[in-house]
Design a binder for this molecule. Structure first.
Ligand code: SAM
Length: 444
């Protein structure tokens, strides 16, 4: 019988993509993948370290698996960002862990498991990706049969003072455009309806060679990549995350040229206070950011704009926070992901006193969320009476007579099903605005 591996994924889309890639490699090496931890011979946790809470959750899960599996004693591995940052210290801090697999060792997991199986008790690999490693992901390992994540850039060079990513994922490395375009064509031929070009900062894309971009115009390599990917004819293309400083207006021009580039931009601002943005070392101030927002909002297409905000960064006063409230009132974000500042060891901000107490962070979080909800309600209501294009993902969890999916503007749309099937691209007439979604009727 084949050895069964279970992988549990935490964190961002990059981690989901790494899990898909790791699973592909493991199956090629002769392992079986299982979705049940209790049946597994090897349990891997693909971890996130962006906030402390995510990190703590992993160690809780390691203990749970260890406690439940007293008799079978699976091999336990920690992979991803926590593994890269904590390295072999994990062996001391979490009893029972046999493997530590860094963020660039995804393709070498099978050989690490082999080493444990022949007797080593603790193995680790925190090395770089080997040149020429394949980014190939088998369709069976993809998280959806209709939507595929395609990494275009790894790592981060920005060094925002609060952020651990440059340390956990290393410097920015772009995949050759020729490889990305070929992957998207393969996905299109397999019947995928949507790809998400993903990376910590997709618009900082800077490949080493022109391969795959020959003859394609654009102000930056990312703008050219967008056009090259759009020309494949993949029905829908989304991309995330965009970094404000590198957001060129030609991205909006590309969206206007190609209907298969979707109506959505995710552009994290982090704060509405110039003083705090400077301390965060974001490389943009609110004026720069609002200029980007203007180019998005003045597009011929109606583009949805979403963002991330951190409340309670060291030194954030009430007045700084009120500047953030004012900024979201100007931007009218379609969705906002709000985080309470979490001190990350090793980042420049960790040297500053974490002086906004938990109660203040919570109060600012709730106030910002409430104001955002009011603004979002207006945006959602403005869709009533309009038709949106929806990629059907399945039955709605709320009602079996309804279907659910995402619009091109990346909103959750539930609708009265009609003849729609998962994987279909359909038009839905919006009839109702809900808190987190829109509701409508299938239009034949
Ligand atoms: N690269 C993107 C950027 O900075 O524009 C975002 C990547 S990060 C994985 C996703 C979000 O997590 C960030 O936009 C930020 O809002 C949040 N985040 C990152 N570090 C954090 C920290 N130390 N505390 C709280 N939230 C944090």
């Amino acid at each position: 019988m084949k050895t069964k591996v279970y992988i549990e994924t935490f964190g961002c889309q990059m981690n989901v993509a790494d899990t898909e890639r790791a699973a592909t490699g493991l199956r090629i090496a002769g392992y079986d993948l299982t979705s049940a931890a209790e049946l597994a011979d090897v349990v891997l946790f693909n971890t996130c370290s962006v906030r402390e809470r995510a990190e703590r959750k992993v160690f809780r899960r390691v203990n749970e698996v260890r406690a439940r599996a007293r008799k079978s004693k699976p091999i336990i591995g920690v992979m991803g960002c926590v593994a890269q940052l904590e390295g072999e210290a994990i062996f001391d801090n979490a009893a029972g862990v046999n493997m530590v697999v860094g963020t660039r060792a995804t393709d070498r997991i099978a050989s690490l498991i082999d080493r444990v199986r022949i007797g080593e008790t603790q193995v680790s690999d925190l090395g770089e990706r080997a040149t020429g490693e394949s980014w190939e992901v088998s369709p069976v390992e993809r998280h959806s049969p209709h939507v595929a994540f395609v990494p275009i850039i790894e790592g981060c060079n920005k060094f925002c003072s609060f952020c651990i990513v440059p340390y956990s994922r290393g410097r920015e490395k772009s995949r050759p455009a020729s490889e990305i375009v070929a992957e998207v064509k393969r996905l299109r031929d397999l019947g995928y309806k949507e790809v998400h070009l993903i990376g910590q900062n997709v618009n900082s894309y800077r490949p080493r060679s022109e391969a795959g971009l020959e003859g394609i115009q654009g102000a930056t390599a990312f703008c050219r990549l967008l056009r090259a990917v759009a020309e494949t004819g993949m029905p829908r293309i989304k991309f995330t995350t965009s970094f404000p400083r590198d957001f060129h207006p030609d991205i909006v021009a590309a969206l206007e040229e190609f209907p298969n580039l979707c109506d959505w931009v995710h552009l994290p601002v982090q704060s509405g206070s110039d003083e705090i943005l400077k301390a965060m070392r974001r490389g943009h101030n609110t004026t720069d950011y609002l200029r980007r927002v203007d180019s998005i909002r003045s597009s011929r297409r109606r583009l949805a704009l979403t963002s991330d905000i951190i409340v309670g960064f060291p030194g954030e006063t009430d007045a700084n926070f009120q500047d953030t409230v004012k900024l979201i009132e100007k931007c009218h974000f379609d969705a906002l992901y709000i985080f309470k500042y979490s001190q990350r060891h090793g980042t420049p901000a960790a040297k500053l006193p974490d002086d906004v107490n938990e109660a203040q962070k919570k109060q600012r979080f709730l106030e910002l969320e409430a104001r955002h909800r009011q603004l979002q309600k207006g945006i959602h209501e403005s869709y009533i009476g309009r038709q949106v294009s929806v990629l059907v993902e399945g039955e709605s969890t709320r009602s079996a007579r309804d279907m659910t999916g995402h619009s091109s503007c990346h909103k959750v749309i539930n609708f009265h099903g009609g003849a729609a099937n998962p994987g279909d691209l359909v038009n839905v007439l919006i009839t109702e605005a809900k808190l987190n979604s829109l509701y409508g009727e299938y239009v034949n």
